[in-house]
Ligand binder design. Structure first.
Ligand code: PLP
Ligand code: COI
Length: 355
């Protein structure tokens, strides 16, 4: 690929590699990092050429606006290696577009596509050996942008850093997923930043999620901030339910992240002739379906979570268990999506991108 950057990406190699210390058969999610990272500065009104440097601590002004006003956004992607050692990304231009949607909402300068894509490709090629091939594992990619510019004035910074770090990762959830339908706290509101991958959206979830964890749940299912009657999404994934043989998920809005896995599930459902409805999904309807036995499945969809079947949900101090189905939609979608991601099957949608 011919570079379209103003100057080549410089690479400063790490003196030693940590790769020998990594147990690739027992990878947790996002807890070990490769030897290098990509850094790109925004200064004097434009993005400079990215650099690849050894992974390590950054030096920042204590008055950098990220620390005070939380001006930061991120993306989540994965790179997959097949048995021929070829490397693939899944719908990467959608992540680039969404990063810029988040950027514009948070008054952060948009990142040009060539910096994002060429920077990511160069980093992945350098760290190729780190991409896991153990089943269920992939290279989790974390592109992010934050305000590095200084000053206590509560206004957008004049300097930013775009960075990419890589973390060879196993599954996001260790076991069965149990969720709690939340009625008190809200993740987002109309006119807010829920649709952006803004760091503060996640920080705001930690406290209510911790309360749910103390009660034995893994994640909160957020409901709309106005009535708490409509199911929106979970902390790190979009939510689908299957009532009878119909798949249902809520519509995206100001309040919900437009998930790439979510839209892939909807496209696969359409191509397989599975009836899918994108519409308001009420808590009352889901509880009634759980009580009359028509609620067959509930699952989360996201890059980190892939397709995570939900074993039970809690609502108003009652737990509702979901049946374990032989041929679940969740397992079918998971197989279909991961077969495309790991280059084990044809990709009729042109989602897979070889790097
Ligand atoms: N919803 C939230 C809040 C998320 O953080 C994520 C993860 O990125 C998703 C949904 C799923 O989005 P995607 O499938 O694009 O990873
Ligand atoms: C992802 O699925 O990539 C996410 O961003 C979720 C993250 C909060 C772990």
């Amino acid at each position: 690929m011919e570079s379209t950057l103003k100057s080549p990406i410089s690479i400063e190699r790490a003196k030693t590699s940590k790769i020998e210390q990594v147990d690739f058969d027992n990878l947790a999610f996002g807890s070990v990092f490769t030897d290098h990272m990509l850094v790109c500065d925004y200064k004097n009104g434009s993005w400079e050429t990215p650099q690849i440097i050894p992974y390590g601590p950054l030096s920042l002004e204590p008055s950098a606006k990220i620390f005070h006003y939380g001006q930061s956004i991120f993306e989540g992607m994965k790179a997959y290696k097949d048995d021929q050692n070829d490397i693939f990304l899944f719908r990467p231009s959608d992540n680039h577009k969404r990063l810029n949607i988040s950027a514009s909402r948070m008054s952060i300068p948009e990142i040009p596509e060539n910096i994002f894509m060429e920077g990511l490709n160069a980093l992945l090629k350098l760290e190729e050996k780190w991409i896991p091939q153990t089943p269920g594992s992939a290279m989790y990619i974390r592109p992010f942008i934050f305000a590095s510019g200084k000053g206590f004035h509560a206004s957008p910074a004049n300097e930013y850093k775009f960075m990419i770090c890589l973390a060879p990762s196993g599954p996001y959830f260790a076991g069965k997923v149990k969720v709690l339908i939340e009625e008190k706290y809200s993740r987002s509101a109309n006119g807010g930043v829920g649709y952006a991958k803004a760091g503060g959206n996640y920080a705001g979830q930690f406290y209510p999620t911790q309360l749910a964890v103390e009660k034995g749940y893994n994640q909160v299912i957020w409901t709309d901030d106005n009535t708490h009657e409509n199911i929106e999404e979970a902390g790190a994934m979009n939510i689908f339910v299957r009532i009878g043989d119909t798949l249902i998920t809520g519509p995206t809005s100001d309040r919900i992240l437009d998930g790439i896995t979510r839209k892939s599930v909807l496209e696969i459902a359409a191509s397989k002739g599975i009836k899918a409805e994108v519409r308001t999904l009420t808590v009352t309807e889901v509880v009634a379906a759980a009580q009359d036995g028509s609620l067959k499945e509930m699952f989360g969809a996201g890059t980190a979570a892939v397709i995570s079947p939900i074993a039970a949900f809690g609502f108003r101090d009652v737990d509702y268990d979901l049946p374990e189905l032989e041929n679940s939609y969740a397992s079918m979608f998971k197989k279909h999506i991961t077969d495309i991601q790991y280059n084990r099957a044809e990709d009729p949608y042109s989602w897979r991108v070889k790097i």
